[in-house]
Design a protein around this ligand. Structure first.
Ligand code: FES
Length: 669
C-alpha cells in the first residue's frame, strides 16, 4: 500500500500514513489531540477537521480535499441530522488517500485554549477533569454470567483504555435500566480517569460546570461548558451571611458568641450557592443534571464556613486554618442541586489571612510563570498582596478595613447607580465636577441636571482625595487646608477641622477630615504591606502592578498612585486584573492540570504575617503621607505634576498619628 505525508495544523506534527487510515487514527498516532465522545462512530461530531487546500511549499506537498476518501454515508447521515459546515469532514470516518495538510479547528481540539478578554491575561487550557465516553456494552448472556457493571467496565477498557474504574454508589440503582434503555449503548461520565460518576442512555454530550467566587459581600457564579470552555451564564447574589455581620470579623464574633451558630452561616452560604445554581441553569436554558463539576474560591473565613468548619480560630493570632490543602467533595454534600455524581473542588488556602481566593488570583495571574516581578493587590476589606515571579513568591494580607468599600466614610456607599465614581477638581477655582455610576455625563454638563446622586463609592473617594491633593487643598500629611476657605466656599469649617463640599445637592456630600483620615489609614496599611513584601524580596521597585477585585477593576491607576495606595510604579504598568479570584476558579474548573499546578505553587508561597511584624508599623507611619513621606514617587511624576510637599501644623499631625490601626484587631481574610 502507498503511504502519504499528512501534516496537522496548528501543531505542525507530520507523519506518513497508508491509504485508508482515518484522520482520527493518524492524529492519535502523532499525538495530535482531536476530540471524540462517541469513539469514532460518526455521531458526536467532535472530530471535525478541514483540509487546507493548495501547494504547501514548506512541506513540499500539494494538499487537496480530494486526497481524503469520498464523503461517507455516516457523514451524510450526520450532516442530515445535525449539519456539517461546508469543507468540514468527520475525522473518524474520512480516510487518508493522498498528501494532506489537515487543519484541526479549535472546537475539535481536546486541549483547546480559551482566549481571555483581559489584555495581559494568558489563555485558559480546556482540559476538564471529567470526560464523557460513549461505549457499546456487550449484552448479558448465560455463558459468561458477568454483571452489567463488569461489562460496562470492560467496554470502557476496550474502547477508551480506562481500567480499574470505581463506580459511584448512586450510579448502580439506575444502571440496568439505563443500559437497556440505550440499547446497550450508553455515555459514561468518568471523573479523573478513575471513577464512573454518571451513565446516560445513548449519546449524551453536555457536561457543564460552575466556578463560584464566595466573597464576604457578594457570591458570584459562572456556568461553563466543560467541553468548549465557554461561559454560558454568570450571576451574582448578596452573601446572605451579611445578616450575621456586615464584615468578616463580626461574623466570626457572632460564631464566638453563639456557639454552634457556624451551622447557620454554613446553611446560609450553601443556600445562596444552591439558589445561584438554579438561576444559572435557568438563565442558560440547561438542565442542572448536566452540571458535573464545581469549583470554589473564597477567603479563609468563607472557605471554612462553606465547608462547615468553625472559623473561630481565624479570629485571632496565630490565625490557624483547620485545613489549607485543596478540598474535594461530592457537590451534593455542599447542598448543591446538581448531578448526583458532580464533584466540588475548593482551591487551597495559603495562610490564615490569605485564602483560596488568593490562590485563585495567583492561578489567574500566573506570576510564578515569568521572570518579571509582579505585585498583585486584591483590594477588599482586607487587601491580599502577592509579590514575586518564577523564583520566589511572597504573600501577605493587610488590614485595610472597609473604607475602600465606602464604609466609615461620611458620604460613602457601595458601588451602585447614583454613586459618584469619578471626580475632578479645578486647581484654580477649586470647583469639583464628577460622574456617577450609570451615567457618562459629567456634573458640569447641563444634561447632568436631574441625575440622582446618592453618595460616593470607593473609587470615587480615592479620586476625590487624590484630586484634593493635586489641587492643593489637601496637604502632604492629609490635612484639608482651612486657609483656602477664603478662596472657595466649598471648604467649610467642621469643628476644629475643615471639610470639602463635593456635591451641594440633596443629599449634600462632603469629604470630611475624618473621611480623609480613614482613607489614609486604609491606604497606609496597604502600602506598608506592599513595601514589607518588597523589602523581604530585596527590591525597591516592581515591574508591574495588577489591581484585582471589583474595587481594583474600577480604580484609576494614576489616582491609586497619587494617593500612595500602592508603591511607585510606571503608571502604564499598573493595570486591572479584573475578577482574578473568580477567573482562577474558572481555570481550575476547566483545566485539571491547573489544579495540581496551584496546589504545588501555594506550597512554595512564603507567608508574611503583617500583624506580628514590627517593621509593618514603621512602614505604616511613612505611608500615611500623600503619596508618601519619604518616597518621591519619581515614576508617577513622569506623567503627573505633584504639588509641592506641604504639611499642617504639628498639633494636627500628632492628632492624626494617634489614629494608627491596631494590627492585632484586624479583620482576617
Ligand atoms: S469521533 Fe464522534 S463523530 Fe467522529
Amino acid at each position: 500500500m502507498t503511504d502519504h505525508l499528512v501534516v496537522f495544523t496548528p501543531s505542525g506534527r507530520r507523519g506518513r500514513f497508508e491509504s485508508g487510515t482515518t484522520v482520527l487514527e493518524a492524529a492519535r498516532r502523532l499525538g495530535v489531540d482531536i476530540d471524540s465522545v462517541c469513539g469514532g462512530r460518526g455521531i458526536c461530531g467532535r472530530c471535525q477537521i478541514e483540509v487546507s487546500e493548495g501547494e504547501h511549499a514548506k512541506h513540499a506537498i500539494v494538499s487537496a480535499a480530494s486526497h481524503l476518501s469520498p464523503v461517507s454515508e455516516v457523514e451524510r447521515a450526520y450532516d442530515a441530522d445535525r449539519g456539517l459546515a461546508a469543507g468540514r469532514r468527520l475525522g473518524c470516518t474520512a480516510c487518508v488517500a493522498g498528501e494532506l495538510v489537515i487543519d484541526v479547528p479549535p472546537e475539535s481540539q481536546v486541549h483547546r485554549q480559551v482566549v481571555r478578554k483581559e489584555a495581559d491575561a494568558h489563555p485558559i487550557e480546556v482540559n476538564p477533569v471529567v470526560r464523557l465516553h460513549y461505549v457499546d456494552v456487550e449484552e448479558p448472556d448465560l455463558a459468561t454470567m458477568s454483571s452489567d457493571l463488569s461489562r460496562l467496565r470492560a467496554a470502557l477498557e476496550r474502547e477508551w483504555e480506562l481500567s480499574g474504574l470505581e463506580c459511584d454508589a448512586h450510579v448502580l440503582p439506575g444502571l440496568q435500566k439505563t443500559l437497556r434503555a440505550g440499547g446497550w449503548r450508553v455515555t459514561v461520565a468518568v471523573h479523573d480517569s478513575a471513577v464512573i460518576t454518571g451513565v446516560w442512555p445513548g449519546l449524551h454530550e453536555t457536561m457543564l460546570g460552575i466556578a463560584f467566587d464566595i466573597g464576604s459581600t457578594t457570591v458570584a457564579g459562572h456556568l461553563c461548558d466543560l467541553a468548549s470552555g465557554d461561559v454560558l451564564a454568570s450571576a451574582g447574589e448578596m452573601n446572605p451571611q451579611i445578616r450575621f455581620g456586615e464584615d468578616l470579623m463580626s461574623r466570626v464574633s457572632y460564631v464566638m458568641m453563639n456557639p454552634g451558630s457556624e451551622k447557620e452561616l454554613t446553611r446560609a452560604v450553601r443556600g445562596c450557592l444552591a439558589k445561584l445554581t438554579a438561576e444559572l441553569a435557568n438563565d442558560a436554558g440547561v438542565s442542572r443534571d448536566d452540571i458535573l463539576e464545581i469549583t470554589l474560591v473564597g477567603n479563609p473565613i468563607m472557605h471554612h464556613l462553606l465547608l462547615g468548619l468553625d472559623p473561630t480560630e481565624l479570629g485571632g493570632a496565630p490565625f490557624a486554618l483547620a485545613i489549607d490543602e485543596a478540598v474535594r467533595r461530592p457537590a451534593t454534600e455542599l447542598g448543591l442541586p446538581v448531578h448526583p455524581g458532580a464533584r466540588a473542588y475548593v482551591l487551597p488556602c495559603i495562610a490564615g489571612h490569605v485564602g483560596a481566593d488568593t490562590a485563585g488570583v495567583i492561578l489567574s495571574e500566573g506570576p510564578y510563570l515569568g521572570d518579571e516581578v509582579n505585585l498583585i493587590v486584591d483590594v477588599g476589606t482586607n487587601a491580599e498582596i502577592v509579590l514575586g515571579n518564577r523564583d520566589q513568591l511572597l504573600a501577605a494580607s493587610s488590614p485595610t478595613g472597609p473604607a475602600f468599600e465606602g464604609a466609615q466614610i461620611s458620604c460613602g456607599q457601595r458601588a451602585a447607580p447614583g454613586a459618584i465614581e469619578r471626580v475632578r477638581i479645578d486647581p484654580l477655582t477649586l470647583e469639583p465636577r464628577y460622574r456617577v455610576i450609570g451615567s457618562d455625563i459629567w456634573s458640569d454638563d447641563p444634561a447632568f441636571a436631574g441625575t440622582h446622586v446618592t453618595g460616593v463609592c470607593g473609587s470615587g473617594i480615592i479620586e476625590a482625595i487624590a484630586e484634593l491633593h493635586l489641587s492643593g487643598i489637601l496637604t502632604t500629611d492629609g490635612t484639608i487646608d482651612g486657609a483656602l476657605a477664603a478662596r472657595s466656599p466649598r471648604i467649610v469649617a467642621d469643628g476644629r477641622t475643615f471639610s470639602y463640599v463635593l456635591s451641594d445637592g440633596e443629599p449634600e456630600l462632603t469629604i470630611t477630615q475624618n473621611d480623609v483620615r480613614q482613607i489614609q489609614l486604609a491606604k497606609a496599611a496597604l502600602h506598608a504591606g506592599c513595601t514589607l513584601l518588597l523589602e523581604r524580596y530585596g527590591i525597591e521597585r516592581v515591574d508591574r502592578i495588577r489591581l484585582a477585585g471589583a474595587f481594583g477593576n474600577h480604580i484609576d491607576p494614576v489616582y491609586a498612585l497619587v494617593l500612595g495606595l500602592i508603591p511607585d510604579c510606571d503608571p502604564a504598568h499598573v493595570t486591572s486584573a479584573g475578577n482574578a479570584a473568580g477567573t482562577g476558579a474558572r481555570i481550575a474548573l476547566l483545566d485539571r492540570f491547573a489544579r495540581s499546578e496551584i496546589e504545588e505553587v501555594v506550597r512554595r508561597v512564603e507567608k508574611i504575617e503583617t500583624a506580628v511584624e514590627p517593621r509593618f508599623q514603621e512602614l505604616f507611619v511613612g505611608a500615611m503621607a500623600i503619596p508618601h513621606d519619604t518616597d518621591p514617587y519619581d515614576r508617577l511624576r513622569t506623567v503627573v505634576t505633584l504639588p509641592p510637599r506641604r504639611v499642617a501644623d504639628a498639633g494636627e499631625s500628632r492628632a492624626r498619628r494617634r489614629s494608627r490601626p491596631d494590627s492585632t484587631q484586624r479583620s482576617p481574610a
